[in-house]
Design a protein around this ligand. Sequence first.
Ligand SMILES: Cc1ncc(C[n+]2csc(CCOP(=O)(O)OP(=O)(O)O)c2C)c(N)n1
Ligand SMILES: [Mg+2]
Length: 588
Amino acid sequence: MSMKLSDFCIDFIVKQGVTYIFEFIGGAITHLLDSTYDRKDVQCVSVHHEQAGAFAAEAYARINGKLGVAMATSGPGALNMVTGIGSCYFDSVPCLFITGQVNTYEYKFDRTVRQIGFQETDIVSVVKPLVKYAEMVTDPQKIRYQLEKAVYLARSGRPGPVLLDIPMNIQRAQIEIEALESFYNSAEYIQTYHKLKPDDCVIDEVIRLMEKASRPLILAGGGVRLAGATQELLSVIEKTKIPMVTSLMGLDVIPHDHAAFVGMIGAYGHRYSNLTLANCDFLLILGSRLDTRQTGTRPDTFARAAKKVHVDIDVHELNAKVAVDLAIHADVKNFLHVLNNKLTNSSDAHLSSWYQVIENYREKYVDHNISNELVRIDPNSLMTLLSTCCEEGDIICLDVGQNQMWAAQSFRLKKYQRMLNSGGMGAMGFALPAAIGAVLADKGRKAIVIVGDGGMQVNIQELDLIAKRNLPIKIFVMNNGCLGMVRQFQDLYFNGRQQSTVLGYSCSDFVQVARAYGISAAVITFLGDAAGIIDKALKTEGPMLINVLLNKSTVVNPKLVVNRPIEDMSPHLDKEELQSIMMIDLVD
Ligand SMILES: Cc1ncc(C[n+]2csc(CCOP(=O)(O)OP(=O)(O)O)c2C)c(N)n1
Ligand SMILES: [Mg+2]
């Protein structure tokens, strides 16, 4: 049977369980997008900037757990996706990016000229350091092989983005279906495929270390979700009663009110969580790459009194930043599955004094410090209030900056809620398009966007798409009228010279902007008014924007500063106080 290649690609994408393709059209991608025109099983979502399409695809993949797909034209379209592609790479999200390219007979290949075809750009070379696989398809009969290989690589091992660049003449080529070569029958596949299973004696050693400890702790990272291992993790906690902290990316693996949950560690983590981590004597690290935002800039002091076990699917992450006692190269889900089978239920009696210590930390060092300055709205308190109003299953999409950290610190996640972040890339402009991908991936759920006034302006154009599709997205702009996170940094290290965060920075009235797009909007000026307005926003059908007016001088507290171990956050405790609450020696 003969078929148009672009039709074959769309068929393939649909078979992966993908029902939305995020795209922005251009001449070089028209054949591929045209192949969706008459289909009922897949729909194009036409964003207004390719970066937003890439972020939406990322969130779509995280929520549907399968794959996200975004498409763009050659040149400017392809390049506009690069930030989103990088975001998927750093946060290990399986996405297939397809870019159109000029006809092969117009492409320069090895010639030394800069460009032959209009908008010709070597996107494959550009994205190489940000993808698991990128290739230009130059032989139409190789399309099945390329698609299968790309999607296999996107999903297997440590997941990540892949890109196929498909020239126009290849897109419109006729292919013979029966003659197409399959990647799965190839020597390449058979030689590289292997499944990682931890061996039994390693598990026995983990259990031995666990049982010997008197202050054990689990640290869950984003890898737990990626591996689909949340149930296995909860079951290990159920059996062992070991308390657990998370990284920013791991926050949504456990509901906030779970008895074993001890908050988020890291540079802007909770003081009580960081203290718990610093004092543990056994640490099981699951799917976390331990970057400096989690460990602080002194990884040598991280959980220094603990026997450390690190489980990760990516062997390069093991012993990379923090030296551990036992490095286990395994899929977290497989590891937890085998561990679960070997564990028997234990009571928490032997951990009661450890739980007592933790409770003491938690009571003394609440999750944030309310600023002494007279502020109309304490942003952390607003986050907690918002979280009490949200429903199980809501998807919380955070942007980047102070707004993100207030939310991570004080938004108390409920069951089945998700919290999406642009972790490694830390890209402002992520939250709004992520919400689009998230709500399309699971109809019936709504998204809560928490974004700063700066980040809101980065992909503000997507308000149009949200309005036209009447998507259930509630946007909370934490508006401090400045680029607060960097301003806080300048206040610390630049003597208050607020270049470009305050001086030269501006934003317009978001309420008027939202209304111009046809989205209803309201303002919160005082915490006392917030409950009613939040309630209205959450009950309104479709989108709504809430402009939360904050003081310009907002800060995120507590915060880990350079060269301090994780337990010693700013504002710093007196040395005597810190000494009195530590179970181990202080660092000099
Ligand atoms: C695309 C991009 N550009 C620049 C930055 C650097 N940056 C990190 S946080 C921040 C300030 C964010 O301001 P806003 O969105 O208003 O949030 P706030 O910190 O005030 O809550 C900036 C400029 C970034 N992370 N991403
Ligand atoms: Mg701001």
